[in-house]
Design a binder for this molecule. Structure first.
Ligand code: SF4
Length: 538
C-alpha cells in the first residue's frame, strides 16, 4: 500500500485549473530518454500560496451541494436548515475573496508526492512553507500557530508556521512518477480535535459490537467541530501511524475512490450507511439539534497485525479545506473550486429570513441581570438575535483571568459587565470593521466557568458546541446561560453582525487578545439555561 497508488484515482478524477505560473522547463537527460522536469523553488512557493488562498475562500461543488440538499431534506430540523442556509450565505460572502469562510484558517498541512522524474534543486519543505506563510500573511487569514517559549508557555509565531509538510518519493514508473503531486489541507483546531484513536482487539469485530462502538463514538463527537461533518472511520492498519495517516487522507476526501470490496484497503458502503444512520439518530444535528450531523461517511478497512485493531474516527468540518495540485510538463495545476455559491442564495435567504422573523431579540446593552432576565423568558433551544456589546476572550485570556483570581485579585470590570464571546478573529481586511469572526469551541473554557461565575463573570457565554456537565450545573447554580452561534459562518458574522470592535487588553496575545465588539442581530441558540436545561441532552 503506497500513498501514490492510493491517491492516484482522485488525482485522475479531479478537475484542475491551470495556474498562470511560468513553471519549469522539461529537459531531456543527455544520458538517456528520461524526461526530467526541473521545477524552480518559486513554483512550489506560488502553488502553496494559491492553494491556501483558494481553500480559505472557495469550496468544492460537492460540499456546497450537500449543504443545499439539507434545505429540502424532509428529515432535517428547522435548526439544521437554518445552519446550512447560513453556511451557504457565508460561502457566497467568502467567494468574494475578502473574508475567509472561517476565522480559524487552520494549520497548513502539505502532503507532497515527488516523482523521481522531478528535480527541484531546492529545499522543498522550506519553499512550500514560505508560500503558505505568504498566504496567511496577505490574504486576511489568521495566525493560529503557537510555539513553546518554555515547557508551560507558548507564544503566537505570527507566521502561522510551522506548517506540517510530509514529502514522499515516487518511483519514476509509479503513478505520477513524472510530476509533483500535492495535497494541501487547512485544518482548523475544532475539526482536528474531533480525531480519536482507539487500540481495540479482535473482539470488536462482531457486527453488534462494532455497530455499538461506532454509535457511541458518533454521539461522542458532539458539535464543536462545526457540523454537518464529513465523517470518517478507519479500521485496521499496520501501525497507529498508518491508521491515522489514512484517516487524514480520508477526511480530505482523498480516499473517496478506493475500491468498495476487499482486498484492503477498501471502503465499505454498508458500514458507511450505518455510520450515517447513527449520525442521524444522534439528533445532534447541524450544531443545534436535528438529523444532519453528517453530510457523508467513509469507513475504510485496512490490514492489521493479528494482535492489534487500531480504530480512528475523525471529521472534516464545515470549513472543508482541501486542495489537490500537480506540477507536470504540461503546467502547474490547482484543483478548481466552485466560484458561484451565490446560486444557492435565494433559497438560503428565504430560510434565514423566515427563522429570523420569528426569533426574539435580546438587548445586550442592558445590565447583565436584565440580559439574563430576557434569556430566562426564552425556551431551551430557541433562536434569539443578539444586539449590543460583547467581550471577546478565549483560551489565553481565560488563563490570565484565572491567574488574577488565583492571586486574590478582582476580575476586570469589562469582564464583569458584559457577556463573553469565545472567539479570535482573522485579520481585518482594509476598510472592514473586523475580519472573519465565528465562535471557537466552548468546551475548552469549561474548567473556568464555575469560578468565574462565582466571581460574577461569564454569566452569559457565547461560543460553539456542547459543554461538560459542570457548566450545566454552574449555569443552574448561578443563573447563567451558554449560547451557541453558528460555527463556520465567520465571514457572514463579520460582514452582517459585527458593527464595531476595539482592543481591550493584552494585544500581545494576537488573535487571542481581549476585544469589545458591538453586534447587531447576531443569531444564537440557547444551549444551556439557568434551569439546568441542556439542548444537547434534551
Ligand atoms: S468550521 Fe469550525 S471546526 Fe472548522 S475550522 Fe472553522 S471553527 Fe474550526
Amino acid at each position: 500500500m503506497n500513498i501514490e497508488s492510493l491517491l492516484d484515482p482522485v488525482f485522475a478524477g479531479t478537475v484542475f485549473r491551470r495556474l498562470a505560473i511560468a513553471h519549469s522547463a522539461a529537459i531531456t537527460e543527455k544520458a538517456g530518454n528520461r524526461v526530467i522536469l526541473r521545477i524552480d523553488a518559486s513554483v512550489l512557493r506560488q502553488i502553496a500560496f494559491e492553494a491556501f488562498h483558494d481553500v480559505n475562500f472557495f469550496f468544492r461543488t460537492t460540499h456546497l451541494e450537500a449543504w443545499a440538499r439539507i434545505l429540502s431534506d424532509p428529515d432535517a430540523s428547522d435548526n439544521d436548515r437554518f445552519v446550512v442556509a447560513a453556511l451557504l450565505k457565508n460561502a457566497a460572502i467568502s467567494a468574494e475573496g475578502i473574508l475567509p469562510s472561517c476565522q480559524d484558517t487552520g494549520t497548513a498541512t502539505i502532503i507532497g508526492l515527488k516523482g523521481e522524474g522531478v528535480s527541484t534543486d531546492a529545499d522543498d519543505e522550506e519553499a512550500l512553507s514560505r508560500g503558505a506563510a505568504e498566504a496567511y500573511a496577505t490574504c486576511n487569514l489568521r495566525f493560529s500557530q503557537v510555539a513553546p517559549i518554555s515547557m508551560l508557555d507558548d507564544a503566537d509565531t505570527r507566521t502561522n508556521l510551522p506548517a506540517q509538510v510530509d514529502l514522499h518519493a515516487v518511483p519514476s514508473n509509479g503513478p505520477g512518477g513524472g510530476e509533483y503531486r500535492l495535497l494541501f489541507i487547512a485544518k482548523g483546531g475544532g475539526s482536528a480535535n474531533k480525531t480519536s484513536f482507539f487500540q481495540e482487539t479482535r473482539a470488536l469485530l462482531k457486527e453488534d459490537a462494532l455497530d455499538a462502538f461506532l454509535r457511541d463514538r458518533v454521539r461522542a463527537l458532539g458539535t464543536a467541530g462545526c457540523p454537518p461533518y464529513h465523517l470518517c472511520v478507519v479500521i485496521g492498519g499496520s501501525s497507529p501511524e498508518q491508521n491515522l495517516t489514512m484517516l487524514k487522507l480520508a477526511t480530505a476526501g482523498a480516499l473517496d475512490l478506493l475500491p468498495t470490496a476487499p482486498p484492503a484497503p477498501f471502503r465499505d458502503p454498508a458500514w458507511e450507511a450505518r455510520l450515517l444512520a447513527h449520525a442521524r439518530e444522534s439528533r445532534l444535528g447541524a450544531q443545534f439539534g436535528g438529523a444532519c450531523l453528517a453530510l457523508d461517511a467513509r469507513v475504510i478497512r485496512l490490514a492489521r497485525h493479528a494482535a492489534s485493531l487500531p480504530i480512528s474516527i475523525g471529521v472534516s468540518c464545515s470549513a472543508h479545506r482541501n486542495a489537490l495540485a500537480r506540477i507536470g510538463v504540461d503546467g502547474v495545476w490547482l484543483e478548481d473550486f466552485d466560484r458561484a455559491p451565490g446560486r444557492f442564495l435565494p433559497r438560503a435567504i428565504d430560510v434565514l429570513s423566515r427563522a429570523s422573523a420569528a426569533a426574539r431579540r435580546i438587548d445586550l446593552g442592558q445590565p447583565l441581570a436584565s440580559v439574563r432576565a430576557q434569556l430566562a423568558g426564552c425556551r431551551l433551544g430557541a433562536l434569539v438575535l443578539l444586539s449590543g456589546p460583547l467581550i471577546v476572550a478565549r483560551d489565553a485570556a481565560h488563563a490570565r483571568l484565572a491567574a488574577l483570581l488565583a492571586q486574590g485579585l478582582p476580575l476586570p470590570d469589562w469582564f464583569l459587565r458584559h457577556p463573553v464571546y469565545y472567539a479570535g478573529p482573522a485579520a481585518t481586511p482594509p476598510g472592514r470593521v473586523i475580519g472573519s469572526f465565528g465562535p471557537t469551541t466552548a468546551q475548552r473554557m469549561d474548567p473556568y466557568v464555575r469560578s468565574f461565575m462565582a466571581a460574577g463573570a461569564s454569566l452569559v457565554m457565547l461560543a460553539k458546541g456542547n459543554r461538560s456537565p459542570g457548566v450545566v450545573d454552574a449555569c443552574r447554580d448561578y443563573g447563567g446561560f451558554s449560547l451557541g452561534t453558528i460555527g463556520g459562518a465567520a465571514a457572514l458574522i463579520a460582514q452582517e453582525n459585527i458593527v464595531a470592535e476595539e482592543l481591550v487588553a493584552w494585544p500581545e496575545l494576537g488573535m487571542e487578545a481581549v476585544r469589545r465588539i458591538e453586534v447587531k442581530d447576531l443569531p444564537a441558540f440557547i444551549c444551556i439555561d439557568d434551569k439546568g436545561g441542556n439542548l444537547y441532552k434534551a
